[in-house]
Design a protein around this ligand. Structure first.
Ligand SMILES: Nc1ncnc2c1ncn2[C@@H]1O[C@H](COP(=O)(O)OP(=O)(O)OP(=O)(O)O)[C@@H](O)[C@H]1O
Ligand SMILES: O=P(O)(O)OC[C@H]1O[C@](O)(CO)[C@@H](O)[C@@H]1O
Ligand SMILES: [Mg+2]
Length: 342
């Protein structure tokens, strides 16, 4: 019987548990595989922290947010890690290979390990939807749904007070959540990292909506850089991997737009609410199919690949190709949305 290890790494997102369940059920029922889980991503691999994953351990979990395995941003290539340590952990547990569920960071590390001879299959996850080799990542649909519901609520209070409301959403260097939630909620301006907009243009959109008797609604992505600024707003230091922690641009805009337009303005940073809670049906289905496909690839010895969504089909792509491209919002999508601003 083929034994496979599973781990979830990087920021969590709704749907991780559905991947784990899909992989384990399909493995047990169709491919004769057996699974163990590593706790907290690569940390569990480096520190040999594992749990058994029989079918009974994944019962009913696909609707649960978060990950039953836990996650971390531990680097498997740090001085306490590397090929030898990962390989030893796999040997100890007699694993044919690993299924690593993560974003571009996790999958980049997985690719480096794969290049050094470790058997890995990647499963793309992230609310940011910024992975190039898959049409959608699971977690994104749920984050957009959650953000849209929150923005709808901001709109009703904004309307009562005749205020301009600003909602800041996550997404790292991609504006997908802002674009989709902003369009779904009918925002008067959507601000994304891929597109510079001068402050006076944003103020003009806000004033125009206000002049028509609307409560202006601005949706801004956390890494939006107003024209004239050099880099995304990141006053909160660095994360555990040494990258700037984004967040707070909405507060800056609140002050600037209020001054420029004379309209009372309030900003809300939605933050980690977007990563929590139950996955939507779309994300559960996508995640389950990706988990099943990962097991299928493992059973067939298709190591060094990532499972991905292409149209409505699940396919596999080389890990090297998978981590090579970040998927940002194309100009045409922004132009389309922009027709409705103001
Ligand atoms: N370029 C890289 N090379 C090697 N290891 C990396 C690289 N980028 C990230 N990692 C390791 O993988 C971990 C997970 O990456 P990261 O924190 O970016 O999360 P992710 O898997 O991309 O998910 P998300 O960005 O959606 O939270 C990092 O904390 C780091 O330890
Ligand atoms: O959970 P942390 O470490 O604060 O990371 C937040 C980041 O992770 C994400 O939620 C997912 O990549 C980004 O949208 C956000 O910038
Ligand atoms: Mg990442």
């Amino acid at each position: 019987m083929k034994r496979v290890g599973i781990l979830t790494s990087g920021g969590d997102c709704p749907g991780l548990n559905a991947v784990i369940r899909g992989a384990v059920l399909s493995g047990e029922q169709t491919h004769g595989c057996e699974f163990i889980g590593f706790r907290d991503g690569w940390r569990g691999v480096l520190e040999d922290d594992t749990l058994p994953l029989p079918r009974s351990a994944v019962r009913g979990i696909s609707r649960l947010g978060g990950t039953i395995l836990g996650t971390s941003r531990t680097n498997p290539l740090s001085e306490t890690g590397g090929h030898a340590v990962v390989s030893a952990a796999m040997g100890r547990h007699r694993l044919a290979g690993l299924i690593a569920i993560g974003g571009e960071g996790t999958l980049t590390a997985a690719r480096i390990l794969s290049d050094s001879g470790i058997n890995v299959i990647g499963v793309p996850k992230t609310i940011d939807n910024d992975l190039g080799a898959t049409d959608y990542t699971f977690g994104f649909d749920t984050a957009v749904q959650t953000a849209t519901e929150a923005i709808d609520r901001l709109r009703t209070t904004g309307e009562s007070h005749h205020r301009c409301m600003i909602a800041e959403v996550m997404g790292r260097n991609a504006g997908w959540i802002a674009l989709h939630a902003g369009m779904a909620a009918g925002a008067h301006a959507i601000l994304i990292p891929e597109h510079r907009v001068p402050l006076n243009q944003i103020a003009a959109w806000v004033s125009s909506a206000h002049d028509r008797g609307r409560a202006p609604l601005v949706v801004v992505a956390e890494a939006f850089v107003p024209a004239g600024q050099k880099a995304p707003y990141s006053p909160r230091g660095l994360d555990t991997f040494g990258r700037p922690r984004l967040g707070g641009i909405a507060m800056l805009l609140e002050q600037q737009l209020q001054e420029m337009t004379g309209i009372e303005t309030r900003a809300t940073v939605l933050g980690h609410i977007q990563r929590g809670g139950e996955p939507t049906a779309f994300d559960r289905v996508l995640a389950t199919r990706l988990g099943m496909a990962a097991t299928r690839a493992a059973a067939a010895g298709g190591w060094g690949t990532m499972v991905s969504l292409r149209g409505t089909r699940i396919s596999t792509v080389d890990l090297g190709v998978a981590v090579g491209t970040v998927k940002v919002v194309p100009e045409s999508r922004y132009r389309e949305a922009r027709e409705l601003f103001g």
